[in-house]
Write a protein that binds this ligand. Structure first.
Ligand code: AMP
Length: 224
């Protein structure tokens, strides 16, 4: 299955993407994670992308499309994938359609996570990530670790992303409104979009998400 998870910053895309992908045994492809890997490895692409990430702006389309295209060419995506945070502009959506069409496929479902704009800053301010595994995501209120600052899953140190500061979050929200909302319209035109509320506990939203893409039985899903 080829699924896209889309929604404003703070909707919990990463948190749900990890769980949905595990449930369906497909890779989780996050454009943001691909950029953060480049930044950590100190590549030239990473150095260029860093400025954009720090300011909450989109990395230019041609760079982003190249990075994701290379990732989707790896063999583990043959049975499907879950895209998180790509496409974020109409040009990226059109490029993705072209990449898939070249291999005779297309997206199967687009899941839109919705939260009231007023909740964005608060939700992001509480997010904590694990230094050892970027799939280990916590929230001080909605998904708190048992011991503050320590990952329940591997004991790694929890930290706050540098672009989770309030002014950067406001910029990312503006980018979502002006650039990314058109991606939802694009896939609505293809009849692929289902919208769910991202409000509530992690397992509750997962249940809603799996039902929305016709993959219910969330109880069997990983309960991290
Ligand atoms: P995320 O981890 O999805 O919140 O993305 C973090 C940052 O990575 C974004 O604020 C952008 O600077 C960059 N980024 C992620 N995905 C994309 C994309 N599809 N197009 C351009 N920039 C992106």
């Amino acid at each position: 299955m080829r699924i896209l998870l889309i929604g404003p910053p703070g909707a919990g895309k990463g948190t749900q993407a990890v769980r949905i992908a595990a449930h369906l045994s497909i890779p989780h492809v996050s454009a943001g994670d691909l950029f953060r890997e480049h930044i950590e490895q100190g590549t030239e692409l990473g150095r260029n992308a860093h400025t954009h990430l720090q300011s909450g702006l989109l990395v230019p389309d041609e760079v982003t499309i190249g990075v994701v295209k290379e990732r989707l060419a790896r063999p583990d995506t043959a049975r499907g994938f879950l895209l998180d945070g790509f496409p974020r502009s109409l040009a990226q959506a059109q490029a993705l359609d072209g990449i898939l069409a070249d291999s005779g496929s297309r997206m199967d479902a687009v899941l839109e996570l919705q939260i009231p704009e007023g909740q964005v800053v608060g939700r992001i301010a509480g997010r904590r990530l694990c230094r050892q595994d970027r799939d280990h995501i916590f929230h001080v209120d909605y998904n708190p670790p048992a011991a503050a600052g320590v990952c329940d899953l591997c004991g790694g140190e929890l930290y706050q992303r540098e672009d989770d500061r309030e002014e950067t979050v406001r910029q990312r929200l503006e980018v979502y409104r002006t650039k990314t909302a058109s991606v939802v319209d694009h896939y609505q035109g293809q009849g692929l979009v289902t919208t769910i509320s991202a409000h509530g506990h992690v397992q509750e939203v997962l249940h809603r998400a799996l039902n929305a893409i016709g993959q219910g039985q969330a109880d069997a899903a990983e309960s991290r």
